[in-house]
Design a protein around this ligand. Sequence first.
Ligand code: C2E
Ligand code: CA
Ligand code: CA
Length: 738
Amino acid sequence: MRGVVIDGVESTGAEPVRTAGNVLFAVLLFALCMFVVAHYIHSEQQGDAEMQRFHALQELATLRARIEGHLNANLVAIRTLRAELALEPVVEPERFRRLADEVLTDELHTRHVALAPDLVIQHVQPLAGNEEALGLDYRDNPAQFASIEAALEASDILISGPVELVQGGQALIARVPVYRHRSDELWGVISQVIDHQSLFADAGLFEMGQWSVAMRGVDGKGVHGDAIVGTDELWTLDPVTVPIDLPVGQWRLAAMPASLSWERPLASYSRHWVLGVLLALTATLLINSLLISHLRLRRAFSTISHQARFDGLSGLPNRQFFTQHLETQVRHCRRQHQRFALMFLDLDHFKEINDSLGHEAGDDLLQSCSQRIVAAVRGDDMVARFGGDEFVILVRELSDPVDAELAADKVLAALEPPFVVAGHEVSIGGSVGIAVYPDDGASASDLLKHADLAMYAAKSAGRGTSYFYNESLRHQSETHLKLHREIQLGLTNGQFEVYYQPMVDAADGSLRAVEALIRWHHPEQGLLNPGDFIAVAERTGVIRELGLRVLQQGCADCRRMLAEGLDIKLSINRSPREFNDRKMVQRWLETLAREELEPERVIVELTESLLMPDRDRQHQLLRDLHEGGVRLSIDDFGTGYSSVTYLRNFPVSQIKIDGAFVAHMLEDDSQYALVEALVKMAQALGLEVVAEGVETADQARTLAAMGCHLLQGYYFARPMPAAELIERYGLASTSDQR
Ligand code: C2E
Ligand code: CA
Ligand code: CA
């Protein structure tokens, strides 16, 4: 409904809570929360894994200490034997047995020791079960000789293995070369066979519980990749490792959790998950409910503010809102020096209908009235309900008080047809009081008060009418309205005639164009010139119908002139107001097509004011007109807003120098200079120049000498009816053409 949209605030009533959007938002929010939860659990998992590694390292360090301890305890035996033999290399069986008994105690893991002078095993202690080893020449046993050579090279205790023993089973073998005292002559090699299984067992290697442990060495069977203990697979994973230092070389111990992964499976964080989901749900619900309540609040606020500004029954702005708006309008028009009208409308007989048919019917009637009023006013006018059966209407952009009266008439006419309420046909009318800014008040309250007073005057003058507050405006409006109606009547009764005034070639006086000028055969006042009615027609808007009539007649007459052999152009006058109507140019072009006159023959005369900036809409229409083939001319050039810029920016092809300049140019030097300057300027812009109001031969000669192309004025001919013009200038005529 028009009149309800104000300052871009659309009063659509309650704004629905967007349910679908809310659900989507909640889902997204929950997803986000769950993402945070998952991220948290993942980092927990990483933290746990780090903890596990730390524990594993601690365990391995303990294990390492124990293994190294046990190994060293065992190696005391071989070290002692080496020292003894270096001092006294002669080995008697009895001495060896005694020495061996001394060093081989029960808590060691040594199975036996063997002496191999010159690399041939000659003594083994204890001998029982190891007899087969006696007499073994290492040089004949490639498997063992490699480690003998390595021990010789290292010249220290070298532990190799686990190796397959000649006497069966597996064991580690520690070997050390022995050199004779104070010489580097090799005596032989001592070997100590160590039962690694029991050593590792004592060190606790097989009781690692939750850990999977592996060990490999750099020597013998333990060379990288060959496991001494555990599987190779563990090394391909990501174990923590510690070294075990040997007299020569190292072993490495590795450990991982028994599951072979440091990270506990995500599923094992079930408590975290449950808690996380609960938290995410809570957060989602909380935020969502906050959001919904915020939306509800906003909706409530907008409803309240709507209710505060609009009338609940009609949906129109209420008194308070309208008054605010009116104050803004007053400020705006004070700055812009514009007029507007305020109309106070009171329904006649509403009270009786309300009393007899009931309040519901009364409400229905008010709604219907509001709709009709809104439909009757222009789109940018504002209608408000002031309560009861009172309405006010703001009529903007008032060019004449008569506009307000015409608007009031329209509203009253709209209320005239009977309404049907509660099954009854009821007739209702209204009375309108009009106050005009600034004539009737400089403030919103004064204007309202005066419009109200005028409304009472209208009521007492006889219902169904409008009344101006201001006496002179009332009078002005009355005369304008009278003229307006007479013009309308004159149009239907064919009282208007178009006269034509020749425009002749400045060089030879031959007829080039005619200007169409309207005349009114007024039933009481006789022949009227445009000066008597055009201004009012422009203000009331009836100029549009007049303009169309002149164009139609002009086309028809022009065709007759052409048929009579007059090769002329037709000049038509147009008022700025005619360019306010979007459809107008279209209608003119259609008229030309219907009347079968080429647009190129037509020149439209405009006033300079139309070309002023800030009139984009009109400018577009000018361009449309030009594109339609019609030429544009600037009438009364030099009297108004003369600017070279607009002449350049618009597709203008002709200027007409105002007759007032021509009239005095020969007596007044400054006028002469002005006309000369205008002609020069137009020539520089490549425009055709017409001089108007040429009344004497001197003027005609001077203007022709200055370079004017066409001349128009009483000296050549006065405006005359088409028939007369044809008679004077047509081929049939023989009269002189000056
Ligand atoms: P305008 O367009 O400047 O028209 C020229 C006016 O000067 C005409 O007056 C014409 O009769 C008058 N005139 C011509 N030669 C001489 C001369 O030598 N000496 C003197 N003193 N006057 C001369 P008219 O016909 O009374 O028209 C007055 C104005 O009314 C026109 O001025 C034009 O602005 C407007 N008008 C006339 N017909 C129409 C129309 O159909 N539509 C519109 N919108 N305006 C029109
Ligand atoms: Ca003109
Ligand atoms: Ca003129």
